[in-house]
Structure formats: C-alpha cells, structure tokens
Design a protein around this ligand. Sequence first.
Ligand code: GLP
Length: 261
Amino acid sequence: MEVIIRPDTNAACELVSALIAQEVRKRPHLVLGLATGRTMENVYERLAKCHREEDLDFSLTRTYNLDEYIGIAPEDPNSYRFYMNKHLFNKINIDLRNTHLPNGFAEDVDRECELYEESISRAGGIDLQLLGIGRSGHIGFNEPLSALQSRTRAKSLTPVTIEQNSPLFDPPESMPRRAVTMGVGTILEAKRVITLVTGKEKAEILAKAVEGPVTSMISASALQLHPHCTVIVDEEAAELLQGREYYDWIFKTEPEWEEFR
Ligand code: GLP
C-alpha cells in the first residue's frame, strides 16, 4: 500500500482523476470499478472536463459500480444509477450498455448478486477499482464484520451509515436499510485499487484502516492485503497518520510519481 498526501481536497481529487485518465488512455478497453458518495463528485467533474477539453475517450471503457440500494428503482434520483448517470456517464462518451450497477430492484436479489459476479468475470475482472471509505470503515457497503473473502451480496446498513447518507434522501427516513454490494473479496481481486479519502471527519477511520490491524470490523483495513493499492488523501484526512514522513518520502522520490509531483 502507498499513501499519498496532497495539500487539499482539490489536489487529492486532481491526482485521482489524472491517474484514472492515464489508465483510460493506456487501455481503451479498461474495466473500471466505480464508487459513489460526495467525495467522488469532484473526481467525476474532472474526468468529464478531461473528456470535454482533452478528448479523453471512454467509448470502449466498461464500468462496474460497487453497490446499489435495495428497493430503489434505477430512475429514482436517490439511486446510485441516477447518481452515476448525472455525475459522470451523461457527461462523457461512454456507451451506457457498458456501464453496470447491481440492480437493487431485482426480484431475486441473491440471483442478481451471482449474475453481477459472473458479469465481472466475463469482462476479465476489474483493472482499476476506485474506492472511498465510509465513516463506519466500509468500502462499498461492506459494513463491520463483512467477511474478508465476501462476494457480491445483500448487506444491512449500520446506523452510522444511515446517519451519514440519509441527509441525501428526501425525506431522510426513506433511505433504504439494505444494499447490494461487491464483497471485500471481489474488491481485493481488482488488479489495481485507488482509494480517495478527504476531510477531517475521516481522519480517525483512515488511520485505523491504513495503520491499524487488518480486521473485518473495518473492511477498508483489508486493503492492506492488496498488492497494488494507492490511498490518496488530503491534509485533513491525514492528520492522525503516524508514518507520514515515509509516505511523503515515497511521493518525493519514487519515479512512478515524478510526473504527478
Ligand atoms: C457510501 C458508498 C461508499 C462511499 C462512502 C463514502 O455509502 N457506499 O462507496 O465510499 O459511502 O461516502 P462519502 O464520499 O459521501 O463520504
């Protein structure tokens, strides 16, 4: 795992979008794993700008989102499908048929989860997975005690997550209590993972996830097991990290980061 600390949220989001753009340019058929949440809106805005102003071409890109609420139709403004269309897909030249999210409205949710896993495998697996971290330490909607080998499945949301996300719903009580999410095991199979964490309210959970023990109580800590995971954070989120001197040294000296410094 590498941790890259950028001076502020914009700089962190700029680095994440630059890394994604680099992969999209390198590999037109890239299979991109995507995340939702407030943190990602800034990144998607930048990617849309790269498409508009620098001809970043998504015409052959395939995407798989981490999760979707159960019981919400795709056209519902609170669905993650709606979020993705609004913040990214409608602003770039992606073929919507190449964009995938679990269907939270499926009659047979377990079957939907199996089909989602099969679809990812048929695409050849995820090349680059973008992640955020929830205040409960979740990646996707893998709440505490999610098995580290879990696959796509339905999960009950914690009170912390409901408190975090319900303000986005109108009325807040209409937020579903369950979601379909890729499993921790599914996420760990991505060839590369980029995790973006910003803001001081994430400082404590970030320090636990990155520098604490690997535990199913904090599913983001499982990223320590991934062979190619980069965690990009702003100063506020980095506040409680113990090893920052070394992290800064890596960013300053490793040739991989030269073009982004
Ligand atoms: C949501 C999503 C996660 C996301 C996280 C952070 O619940 N399921 O994939 O990373 O919470 O959200 P935010 O960026 O709004 O803090």
